[in-house]
Design a protein around this ligand. Structure first.
Ligand SMILES: *Cc1c(COP(=O)(O)O)cnc(C)c1O
Length: 368
C-alpha cells in the first residue's frame, strides 16, 4: 500500500488492517491533512476556527481522498471549509429537537413503537454535515458508561410499547465487541423488543472493524438490522464490499441512509450508480435525507426539487429495490416526512388521472 508506506512508514499492513490502529492514527488536525492533501484556500481558512470545526478521518478513508482535487465528493464530506462558519437562516444546533424528545438520557422516544438509543458520542469519522455535530464533536468524545446505558435500558424495559430499538450515536461500531454484546444481549432479552437496528458509518470509513469475530457475535442477536451511512459510489471499495458481504452472509439485512449533498451526490446519474452499487453488495437503499439545517450547512443543502428529481429519475427506470424514501426530518421533532414526485394529476368524475414514469397519462377507476 503506497499510502501506508508514504504516510505511516513505521507501520505494517497488519497495523493497517487493525481497526484500533485506524482509530489511533486518525487525522484530527488540519496540519496533518495538509501534509498529504495540500489544502485549498477555502479548506486552509477553516484552520482559523480551530476547535470549532473538529476533524476526524481514518487513515483508510483518507487514502481514498484525492490530493489534487478539493472538490472531490469524498473529500468534501470530511475536510472542513471556512463556509461552515456561515450560519444561514433556520440553521440551529439539534434541528431535530432530539433533546426535547428525550425522556431519559440517551433515549429519543418520538414514535409510538420505537426508540433511538444514542449509546456513544464517539465517531470514527466526522461528516461535515452531521445532524448530531452538536453532540459528536464536543470535547468529551467518549463512550457512555454502562451505568448510563443501564438507565436507558430500564426505560426500554418499562415501556412495553417499544418493539424496535435503533442503536446509534456517535457510531456504535466504534465500541469494543464486548460492550456491543452487552447492549445487544440486554436488549435481546427484553420480551417486547422484537427487532434491534444499528446505525453506523463504520463499514464505509473503517471496514477493518467488520471482523469475523464481530460478525459472529452480531448474528447471535437476530433479528438484527444494520443501517449504513453511504454517500457516494466511490466509497464502495473492495474492502467495503468484503465488509458488507460478511455482514450479509451473517443474515443481517443491510440498508443504506444517504444525505443528499450539493455537488456530491445530487446528480441523478451519480445517485443511480450509488444505488446500483449498493444492491450489488446486498444493501437496500432505505432513506435519502434532505440535509438537516445544522449550523453552517447551507453549502451542502440542495433545493427540494433535486431530491424529487432523483426519485423521478429512478422510479420506473430502475429496480424498485434501488429506490429509497426521500424524507425531510422535520425541524422541531416532527419526525421523518416523505416527499414524492406528483404522479396524480387530477380527477375526472370517478376517474383518477395519473401519470407514469414516462409522463404518459392513465386513468384508474376510483369510486368515491
Ligand atoms: C429515524 C428515527 C427512527 C426510525 O425511523 P424509521 O422510519 O422507523 O426508520 C426512530 N426514532 C427517531 C428519533 C428517528 O429519528
Amino acid at each position: 500500500m503506497e499510502f501506508l508506506a508514504k504516510h505511516f512508514p513505521g507501520s505494517s499492513i497488519t497495523d493497517w488492517n487493525n481497526w484500533q490502529w485506524q482509530v489511533r492514527n486518525s487525522f484530527t488536525t488540519l496540519d496533518q491533512l495538509n501534509s498529504f492533501l495540500g489544502l485549498s484556500t477555502l479548506e486552509s481558512k477553516s484552520k482559523a476556527y480551530g476547535k470549532n470545526l473538529p476533524v476526524r478521518i481514518t487513515p483508510y478513508y483518507a487514502s481514498l481522498l484525492d490530493p489534487e482535487n478539493p472538490d472531490q465528493p469524498l473529500r468534501r464530506t470530511v475536510v472542513p471549509v471556512a463556509l461552515e462558519m456561515n450560519i444561514s437562516p433556520g440553521e440551529v444546533e439539534d434541528p431535530l429537537s432530539e433533546t426535547h424528545d428525550s425522556p431519559v438520557p440517551l433515549i429519543v422516544h418520538r414514535y409510538p413503537d420505537r426508540v433511538l438509543f444514542l449509546v456513544t458520542n464517539f465517531c470514527s469519522a466526522f461528516c461535515r454535515y452531521c445532524t448530531r455535530t452538536h453532540m459528536v464533536s464536543k470535547q468529551d468524545k467518549v463512550h457512555s458508561s454502562q451505568a448510563e446505558w443501564d438507565k436507558a435500558i430500564d426505560y426500554i424495559r418499562e415501556h412495553t410499547e417499544v418493539r424496535d430499538v435503533l442503536i446509534s450515536g456517535g457510531d456504535p461500531l466504534t465500541l469494543s465487541d464486548s460492550r456491543i454484546e452487552y447492549l445487544l444481549s440486554k436488549l435481546h432479552e427484553i420480551p417486547h423488543v422484537e427487532i434491534i437496528r444499528i446505525g453506523t458509518k463504520v463499514p464505509v470509513v473503517m471496514p477493518q472493524r467488520i471482523t469475523r469475530d464481530l460478525v459472529k457475535m452480531l448474528k447471535k442477536y437476530h433479528p438484527l438490522f444494520l443501517s449504513i451511512h453511504f454517500t457516494h459510489p466511490e466509497e464502495i471499495t473492495p474492502e467495503v464490499m468484503d465488509a458488507c458481504n460478511r455482514l450479509a452472509d451473517a443474515g443481517i439485512p443491510l440498508g443504506s441512509q444517504t444525505v443528499l449533498l450539493k455537488g456530491i451526490n445530487d446528480d441523478s446519474a451519480v445517485f443511480k450508480k450509488l444505488t446500483h452499487e449498493l444492491l450489488k453488495i446486498r444493501v437496500k437503499p432505505y432513506y435519502l435525507y434532505q440535509c438537516d439545517p445544522i449550523p453552517g450547512s447551507a453549502h451542502f443543502r440542495t433545493p427540494l426539487e433535486s431530491g424529487l428529481d432523483i426519485i423521478r429519475n429512478l422510479r420506473g427506470f430502475t429496480s424498485g429495490y434501488a429506490i429509497p424514501h426521500f424524507v425531510i426530518d422535520a425541524p422541531g421533532g416532527g419526525g421523518k416526512i416523505p416527499l414524492l414526485p406528483d404522479y396524480v394529476t387530477g380527477r375526472e368524475g370517478n376517474d383518477l388521472i395519473i401519470k407514469n414514469y414516462e409522463g404518459k397519462t392513465y386513468r384508474f377507476p376510483d369510486y368515491i
